[in-house]
Ligand binder design. Structure first.
Ligand code: ADP
Ligand code: ADP
Length: 228
């Protein structure tokens, strides 16, 4: 199993103000799966993603990613895991405004000693004609493609996407989801996507629904899994 979560808990605040926002999350995700995390606002999706991504600490339970137990790891090990194994994509792109699309991706390639050819990646992302533009000269969809390129350039085992289409219109959202599906097919990354967008159920190998800090429903899309 690529990713295993056992009784993961998270509490915000202390004493009388303590609120448990993750109430024992259990699941397993196989290598190369696209997994979608659905659920209403406030149900704990981003918190769970941030814990899997080593951005936040869990307050109970265990997460084992590719053999590394995050609960028992040092800050240094977690920093190494984030640097080498993890790509993160957010709703609002987080590009460096003073760098072109190409430079935004190149700087990540450089920092991670990437095996990828940046030019090929730009072509795959549909950004070749836009490679010398700055973020404010790109559409929302193009900015998100560039952000995906930044996350992808180190060929991460695990790609975490938090509302990647949250700021985009319907047809651009669809293009971005198709791009993510294409990436999964080409490179075999394990991908977790947090979204409100139900349309994504059709491309996910696994669907999890959260409500009030718990997974209330989970299923595997057997048709997609067997087609892989
Ligand atoms: P979702 O992504 O499903 O919208 P979140 O994971 O963002 O949910 O939030 C889950 C709950 O945790 C919410 O009730 C939210 O208000 C609370 N929460 C999130 N981050 C913090 C924080 N840094 N401090 C206190 N409460 C937080
Ligand atoms: P809602 O979002 O309205 O609560 P559900 O999550 O119950 O809907 O189901 C939405 C879709 O997911 C349905 O079209 C159904 O075909 C599919 N689905 C639900 N459960 C399973 C399952 N165990 N295996 C495969 N597909 C499922």
């Amino acid at each position: 199993m690529y990713l295993t979560l056992r009784n993961v808990e998270k509490v915000y605040g202390e004493g009388d103000n303590a609120v448990k926002v993750l109430k024992g999350i259990n699941t397993d995700i196989e290598k190369g799966q696209i997994c979608v995390l659905l659920g209403p606002s406030g149900s704990g999706k981003s918190t769970l993603l941030n814990i899997i991504g080593g951005i936040e600490h869990m307050d109970g339970g265990e997460i084992i990613v590719n053999g590394l137990n995050l609960a028992g790891s040092s800050e240094k090990q977690i920093a190494g895991y984030r640097r080498e194994n993890l790509g993160f994509v957010f709703q609002f792109y987080n590009l460096v405004p003073d760098l072109t699309a190409k430079e935004n991706i190149e700087v990540c390639a450089y920092l991670s000693k990437s095996p990828f050819n940046t030019d090929e990646l730009l072509k795959m992302l549909g950004l070749w004609e836009h490679k010398d533009k700055f973020p404010n000269q790109l559409s929302g969809g193009q900015q998100q493609r560039c952000a995906i390129g930044r996350a992808l350039v180190k060929n991460p085992g695990l790609l975490l996407c938090d509302e990647p289409t949250g700021a985009l219109d319907y047809s651009t959202s669809k293009e971005i989801l198709e791009l993510i599906e294409d990436i999964n097919r080409r490179y075999g990354n394990t991908i977790i996507i947090v979204t409100h967008n139900d349309a994504i159920k059709n491309m996910a190998h696994k669907v999890m629904k959260m409500h009030d800090g718990k997974i209330v429903k989970e299923y595997t899309n057997e048709v997609l899994v067997s087609a892989k």
